[in-house]
Design a protein around this ligand. Sequence first.
Ligand SMILES: [Fe+2]
Ligand SMILES: [Fe+2]
Length: 311
Amino acid sequence: MPHDRLAVVAHVSDLHPTGVARPAPWDLLGKRALGWANLAFLRRRRHPFALLERTMADLRAEPPDHLLVGGDVANLGLPAEFAASRAVLGGSGLPPERISAVPGNHDRYTADAERNHLFETYFGVFAQSVAPFGDGSFPFLQPRDGFSVLGLCSGWPASPIQARGTIGQRQLARLRDLLAHPLARPPLLVVLHHPPLPYENTLEQWLNGLHDWRELLELLSGTGATILHGHRHLSLHALVETARGPLRVIGVPSTSDRGGRNERSGGYHRYRFGPDGFAGGERRIWNDAKGAFDTRDLPAPVHVPWKEVRR
Ligand SMILES: [Fe+2]
Ligand SMILES: [Fe+2]
């Protein structure tokens, strides 16, 4: 940073680029057939690609110090989708060392997308670590001027009806090591795709939630980390009151979402971080009538008592 000012960090997620892939019939076997129907009939109208380009132009006009990409850069886990999202990020004008990215469930959509390391091929440059483990990119540690980014992978090829996530024991153990690394200087920004807090009901949690959210929060309690996620396609804001201090959890909408009935379902976020951590933020929402972005407040934080987390 910017020692005389706050670091500005932008947060985009769930790019879901539409109109960029022409899958061959053999690409649409199994899980992708269902996903393709959803894409063709619903997502395409809801997620115009132009919104991604406008967002990048907005970032270019007022460049943040850093950009976090929270996953779901694809829909069906096809190479053309990764390539399109990678290209659109170039429009931010930011060099790779000022961008961090983690994969979502749509980036690990099928076993072959995972096996072929498609996310790593296109986005690996944004997932570099100063303390690599040698057999995979996650978790990563990226110390930057005035803050550190820790990135986790929660995406995996779940069944066709599920979009749930998991971090897994190996990543959690490695995250514990990274938290003790001398270059993990606070404030800590922990980025992952799935929300580290449960959905409102058990079925939704089973379908879409993060399997090991409690373990993650327990590991991070006392670090003062800000946890930044996507996946729910909503602006969300919570303060988990742990016995060792609060953990802030912020969810960002889908960057390509033109917005629906819920007024928190569109736009991207900008945050400010100082030596004491999170120092505020706002949402940027595309206004079609004006042909420009509006600035709105983040939702007020919902306080979550630690005893609810420890259930
Ligand atoms: Fe998504
Ligand atoms: Fe997702």
